[in-house]
Design a protein around this ligand. Structure first.
Ligand SMILES: [Zn+2]
Length: 685
């Protein structure tokens, strides 16, 4: 929990000390935490491989003695002491059985009837009574923070995928509906294709309320014993939580219970894969922040599972930490060492990296943590997305999630930073607009909107076709069912087009048969791109741009972004097309666009009073020889500084600014390899 120290890169280590190696591991913490420059220790209790199911009361009582010793040791080191019980309702059963420990416990029941023997129904009185006792044993040690795991949800409790449809839940639902409803009837109604069955909203409302009640219960149990302990929430990404009807603000307020709240957004990438995985990570920070109450303290989840260099390198871990601080997190939680009792120093490289990189990350945090806002194209989220979404046949439970990830990743990968704050351009894809009311949609149509085909279909269905430049739009259909099409030809020079500017229609990869919508534009709509056949004969429009009678501007791209996004969708010509679209939509006032000598940028602009932070992560292995940021700002640049590897902000001859009216180009002529992100701090006159 970051204290009132001047802004810096707060490290919170999440560490398990199994009872059978406790003394040795506690000694190691005393020696190593100062070297790793750790500020807070979050003890993980009864974790992973060695967990006991719902923790037995006697086990918790025995372990409490050890927790007091940890707390005392941390006090003498000046390190904050916090706790992270590994389960609330439970992540998984893993062959355990808690029915003898928690008598009469109702296990979580899945949509398919599978019943857990460890993971509990969150409204079950037996589970609540047991958990109250266990958590109060923990709370007696007076931790600064108790973290609630992301198992405080109603999906992914292995072996159950979606729950909880137990008799207690079904009884509550039947009372609301006024008739006896079985699990099978409810699941059929939830997943019925087309217009959502009214039971879906009723069920998600009920689930949302019961989870608010559950976190209020947890916070109450802790605060009865330790009123000063703050509650922390690990979550799984707002797009997934839509599937369980989470109402974020009320949920967060109930958990905070009158104290300042902490949030641990997931960073994904639990094992190292492509650098491109960081698009998800950075978005998870911004989107979770958008849903949580203002003033929430954020400590991201940097995790290496299964906890050795075989899983993740120190270079990858460092980048994950740098992304956390670049996107204004207050701290990082570090789950980097295993839960089998292996000493941290079995591989000294991770601890070494933590200590070595602290100064750089602190230099970054000093600017990124200033009060401010991220600029870019606005993306949409709505807590009601799953209540409104229409499913296709055959229906899948997992399809209830909220779309948006692919649109975010497409824009970011083309050097178009995104934000969940206000902006002069909004992008919408899939069915997310179904959750918005007509008045909100009219407001969006008065501004500037970038739409993919399914989003345009939703607006046409709602009676807004003419406002988006269309007489008609057909639902997306497999391209090969629409004829023999070769490529998309970008023809409009303002959108990077020109003679024979062609991009592939084989999306998201060569073997694909991508969904495409036939557009019938109104006269006055501008054709930006079109399909061509194998003889280069012009076919139907693929992207149109239109200025509507409300004064708004709209660009419609005839692809279903969620289905077609992938490596083949990205292309230098596509980047010019989309950056051109954002320039046109913003009437030449794009907040920020990034280009340079490479691909896969993760770029940012954060405005903080008289300062602006620009950043660029290069998510490809080839170094970028230079980077350029195109900004719109009425102010003049007074000073520019580059962050060096020792964490100091210094003037640099590699930085140049050009201004023409309100258009400013900031260029950095320095090599930007993947492992050395570049940050510029502009001070404005
Ligand atoms: Zn239940």
């Amino acid at each position: 929990m970051p204290t009132n120290k001047p802004p810096h890169a707060w490290y919170a280590l999440r560490r398990t000390l199994p009872p059978w190696r406790f003394d040795e591991l506690l000694e190691e913490l005393k020696t190593q935490l100062p070297r790793y420059r750790v500020d807070e220790l979050i003890v993980k209790i009864d974790t992973e491989e060695f967990f006991h199911g719902q923790p037995p009361i006697q086990w918790a009582k025995n372990y409490q003695k050890r927790l007091f010793r940890v707390r005392e040791a941390m006090e003498s080191l000046g390190v904050v002491y916090s706790l992270n019980p590994w389960i609330t309702v439970g992540h998984c059963d893993r062959g355990r059985d808690s029915l003898s420990e928690v008598r009469g416990m109702q296990g979580m029941v899945g949509h398919d009837g599978t019943t857990c023997r460890v993971c509990a129904c969150p409204i079950d009185p037996a589970w609540r009574s047991h958990t109250r006792q266990v958590w109060q044993i923990y709370a007696q040690t007076k931790p600064a923070v108790i973290w609630v795991e992301d198992d405080i949800r109603t999906f992914n409790h292995l072996p159950v995928r979606f729950g909880c449809f137990c008799p207690l839940h079904m009884k509550r639902f039947s009372q609301i509906i006024g008739q006896k409803v079985t699990r099978e009837q409810l699941v059929n109604a939830l997943l019925s294709p087309g217009r959502p069955h009214p039971w879906r909203k009723a069920w998600l409302d009920l689930q949302g309320e019961l989870m608010i009640d559950t976190v209020a219960f947890l916070a109450g149990a802790v605060h009865e014993i330790s009123p000063q302990t703050r509650m922390g929430l690990m979550s799984s990404g707002p797009r997934l939580h839509c599937m369980e009807g989470r109402q974020w603000r009320r949920f967060a307020d109930a958990l905070a219970d009158g104290m300042p709240l902490l949030s641990r957004p997931p960073m994904g990438n639990y094992a190292e894969s492509e650098l491109r995985g960081f698009y998800y990570s950075h978005d998870s920070i911004k989107l979770t922040r958008h849903c949580m109450p203002p003033g929430t303290t954020e400590q991201t989840e940097v995790e290496n599972a299964p906890f050795t260099a075989y899983s993740k390198s120190t270079a990858f871990t460092f980048l994950e930490m740098a992304i956390s601080f670049a996107y204004s997190a207050h701290g990082v939680t570090l789950n980097l060492f295993d839960h089998c009792g292996t000493p941290m120093q079995a591989d000294p490289s991770m601890g070494q990296m933590l200590g070595d990189r602290k100064a750089f990350l602190t230099g970054l945090a000093k600017v990124s943590q200033l009060e401010g806002k991220f600029r870019g194209v606005r993306l949409l989220h709505h807590d009601d997305a799953s209540r409104a979404k229409q499913l296709e046949s055959p229906p899948q439970y997992a399809s209830l999630y909220e779309e948006g990830q692919e649109m975010m990743q497409a824009l970011e990968a083309m050097g178009i930073p995104t934000t969940y704050d206000e902006s002069n351009v909004t992008a919408a894809c899939g069915q997310v607009l179904r959750a918005f009311g007509d008045r909100e949609i009219r407001e969006l149509l008065c501004g500037s909107l970038l739409l993919d085909a399914p989003a345009a279909c939703v607006l046409a269905e709602r009676g807004f076709a003419r406002n988006i430049g269309l007489k008609r739009i057909a639902p997306p259909a497999p391209m090969d069912s629409l004829g023999a099409w070769a490529a998309e030809e970008i023809t409009d020079a303002h959108f990077g087009g020109g003679p024979k500017t062609l991009v592939t229609t084989r999306l998201p990869h060569l073997g694909g048969d991508p969904p495409f919508s036939m557009l019938s534009p109104v006269s006055g709509a501008r054709i930006v791109s079109r399909l061509v056949d194998p003889d280069m004969k012009a076919g139907p429009p693929a992207m149109i741009a239109f200025e509507n009678s409300l004064g708004g501007r709209v660009v419609v791209h005839a692809w279903d972004i969620t289905s077609v996004f992938g490596k083949a969708f990205l292309n230098p010509a596509r980047q010019r097309q989309y950056q051109g679209a954002v320039r046109w939509l913003s009437r030449g006032s794009a907040a920020v666009l990034a280009t340079g000598g490479g691909v896969y940028p993760l770029a940012l602009r954060r405005d903080c009073g008289d300062k602006t932070l620009l950043g660029l992560f290069n998510l490809s292995l080839d170094p970028w020889p230079f980077a350029e940021f195109e900004l719109t700002d009425a102010r003049d640049v007074a000073q520019m500084q580059l962050l060096n590897t020792s964490g100091q902000w210094r003037a640099s001859s590699s930085l140049k600014a050009r201004k023409k009216g309100r258009h400013i180009t900031i260029r950095c002529d320095a090599s930007i390899p993947y492992d050395r992100p570049m940050f510029v701090c502009i001070r404005w006159k």
